[in-house]
Design a protein around this ligand. Structure first.
Ligand code: FHN
Length: 438
């Protein structure tokens, strides 16, 4: 008993001190910078839920009991899956990293895990999809982030009774929470030990255990222990948590869902954008994350490029989602869109990659991205004939339409610069003016 008390006491001291004293390692700080420079990534929502074609919340939304949902495992056989083709597709789109679902809220593990039978090795496909994608990313110099859901709609030891979701999946028994957090630590250890370098862990589901109004947390997620474990196993690995609130100590980047930093149209983005952490925002290509056979509300190429440019201007990366089909093929509509975005990135990517936003305030007509002595003015409203810009960080040396020699007439005084756009051919998507400072 005395020994047990000493152990608990030491654990409390260790976790509290970690929560108060997290100092990112040099490798982690360098990884944050590289992450910020990379700007554009591919989100992949794929799993047994894809079999039903009703997106990734199907188990919860249709109240499918655990014993029935488990049968999906026997139908997941993505024989046409080609990791090389997926990573190449992302590369050609100009993406620099992939964030892959390893386990979503339905609890299915996409890798060879010792800690759950509900995993990819027990499907007819019988191959470790996480390994295949991570290996291919390493081969093609693509960074790899792993999405991991804290929430689980199947397990008894998940605190489902206090959860906001997953009440209709037929669970009767409430298991032990400590078993659940231990299970997560074991799985995360596998992911961070058996697959080589992992660039980040992307958590989701925390919000399931907060009151919708009072925001009071119903469980102790053991985040300090979990974050410490991750940083101990791979110090450079960036941690982000889609908890929809302000960042928690131990996190390295902050994400927004379906919102630009500073907005909260989705209701998922209550945290104010952090000035210290790297930022990211994710969005779908239609209205679904997982494969949804009925969803054909595709966003256009200009819409998605505007979202990316607006994110960059607010200093955030853009993580664009695909929900692959159960046969392992990414649908044509998504591939076509990514190809077009890739063509735009090949031409104008220099105004996005490696830049920083929020240097000059966002305007109602567009945004600015800045890299060393270059300011890129992204004009997203083609009706403008002149621009008044305040806050340019230096004296202008030259001002041209990006990718051309066309000079833009300008006048700069102490407080502002006025750009005259008469005679400038507007681009349908984004008219980019490249200003070089002295
Ligand atoms: O519930 C999930 C949802 O399925 C999806 O994974 C998104 C991606 O950001 N996050 C959650 C909702 O916040």
């Amino acid at each position: 008993m005395k020994k047990l008390l000493i152990c608990i006491f030491t654990a409390i001291i260790v976790t509290n001190s970690y929560a108060q004293t997290y100092v990112p390692s040099p490798a982690n700080l360098e990884a944050r910078k590289q992450f910020q420079d990379s700007k554009f990534g591919l989100f992949i929502h794929w799993g047994v839920f894809s079999v039903m074609g009703h997106a990734e919340w199907v188990m919860n939304n249709e109240n499918i009991p655990v014993k029935d949902y488990t049968k999906l495992m026997h139908f997941f056989n993505p024989t046409q899956f080609d990791a090389h083709a997926w990573v190449s597709m992302a590369k050609n789109a100009g993406m620099k990293y992939i964030t892959l679902i390893t386990r979503h809220h339905d609890g299915f593990s996409m890798w060879d895990t010792k800690y759950s039978d509900f995993n990819i090795m027990n499907t007819p496909y019988h191959k470790d999809v996480v390994k295949m994608i991570v290996d291919e990313c390493h081969k093609q110099d693509m960074k790899i982030f792993l999405y991991y859901s804290l929430l689980d709609w199947r397990r008894d030891d998940y605190s489902w009774k206090t959860g906001r979701t997953g009440q209709g999946t037929g669970r009767i028994k409430q298991g032990d929470w400590i078993d659940y957090t231990g299970f997560m630590e074991n799985q995360l250890t596998e992911l961070l030990t058996n697959y080589g370098k992992i660039d980040g862990i992307w958590f989701d589901g925390y919000w399931d255990q907060t009151g919708p109004k009072d925001k009071i947390l119903k469980v102790d997620w053991h985040l300090p222990e979990i974050y410490e474990l991750i940083h101990k196993l791979q110090p450079q690995c960036l941690i982000g948590n889609n908890h929809h609130i302000a960042p928690i100590t131990g996190e390295d980047f902050q994400m927004f869902e379906k919102d630009l930093p500073g907005q909260n149209k989705s209701g998922f983005s209550e945290g104010k954008p952090s000035a210290e952490l790297s930022l990211e925002t994710c969005e779908t290509m239609n209205n679904s994350w997982g494969f949804n056979i009925k969803d054909s509300k595709y966003k256009s190429v200009p819409q998605l490029i505007h979202y990316m440019v607006n994110a960059a201007g607010r200093n955030a990366n853009f993580l664009l989602n695909v929900g692959p089909q159960p046969n392992g093929v990414i649908q044509q509509e998504f591939r076509d869109t990514l190809q077009e975005v890739g063509k735009w990135m090949a031409k104008y990517g220099a105004s996005i990659y490696g830049t920083r936003g929020n240097v000059i305030p966002v305007q109602d007509w567009g945004v600015f991205t800045v890299k060393e002595k270059t300011v890129f003015v992204h004009l997203l409203d083609a009706s403008k004939s002149s621009l008044i810009i305040e806050g340019i960080p230096g004296k202008i040396k030259s001002c041209v339409l990006m990718g051309t020699n066309q000079k833009i007439v300008y006048d700069q005084n102490k407080s502002q610069a006025i750009l005259n756009l008469k005679g400038v051919r507007m681009n349908d998507i984004d008219t980019i003016i490249q200003i070089t400072l002295k």
